[in-house]
Design a protein around this ligand. Sequence first.
Ligand SMILES: *Cc1c(COP(=O)(O)O)cnc(C)c1O
Length: 387
Amino acid sequence: MENVKELDKQYVANTYARFPLQIVSGKGSLVYDETGKEYIDMGTGIAVNTFGVADSEWAAAVTEQLMKLQHMSNLYYTEPCAKLAKLLCEKSGMKKVFFGNSGAEANEGIIKAARKYAAEKKGPEYYTIITLKNSFHGRTLTTLAATGQDKFHQLFTPLTPGFAYADANDLEGLKRLASEVKPAGILVECVQGEGGVLPLTAEFVKGVADLCANEDIDFMVDEVQTGNGRTGKYFAYQNFGVLPDAVSTAKGLGGGLPIGAVLLGEKLKDVYSPGDHGSTFGGNPAVCAGAISVVSRIDDALLEGVKKKSEYIFRELSGAEGIESVAGMGLMIGIMTAKPAADIVKACMANGVLCLTAKDKVRLLPALNIPQELLEKAVAVIKECCK
Ligand SMILES: *Cc1c(COP(=O)(O)O)cnc(C)c1O
């Protein structure tokens, strides 16, 4: 057998700083490397495997659909797409859904929706999208432009024009910027994920929602990482008592298959007309069948479990030796450690626990149904490695 690590190094584009670890299989929150060593997975493919690896209910839903119809073009109606859209609207308070394949594509869709609405309603000069500094919205040239971090922009300019950046949690600064740029929309992550697992303040989120409502600016929330139960509510904005005009989501929605979605609220639900937007794989029946299985199981009981497990992690790690702070919401947690985060992740890996980093923090994104016993084991290892 050829060495996978060598093959990958030779033939796969060098865009990822991979760990020296090959994962070959798993079940739930346990995964196995090529030697058979077991790991507790506290990263879930970056908040994607909502119910862990090889979840049997999700896999059955996908395979059953695969044997009926794996794909049709969007020129025809298919059942899983329509049913998933209804479910998402019921969970979110939104009214219509556009399906794509990734988080970046969802954000492209939400930005196009805001631009079209503003161009028709207020005039084509109202094209600017305000995002926050330290945000992350994706890797395409437009979503890179939306990402308020210079380090991602270098060497890829010119990016899509029409983006302006405000400081998170500075409502006055945001209002000033909004009065200067003729905004079409304001796009925020309620918890900045890649930026270091930093929740926005309740006052700021409410203030953005009010500003948008008063000025007919689209209030848009990027729920690519925070969505689908991750923060203890179906969507993170539901923790803040606000209702956006549009929501983008992806990662955990498909339970492990690629999907992204733009959810359009009352104001924007009919902004798109035929020909405005599209995606060949969008609404793919097999992917949507799996997503229906995921979304329909994110109920109050599961969300209660997410909150309990979150409290457990905060309780155990806050103030522990070598841990400076614990931040986040639900099962999206960032730990500031005395030792470098990368060293902690490496030590955890050696001890059978897979963690992530976000900026200079250790980041945890376990499966929403991680068994308490595995969670306790993983937290004990993390604690030990932080000392
Ligand atoms: C991961 C992420 C994206 C990009 O999603 P892709 O599926 O990688 O395109 C966008 N926004 C946020 C908040 C994310 O966490």
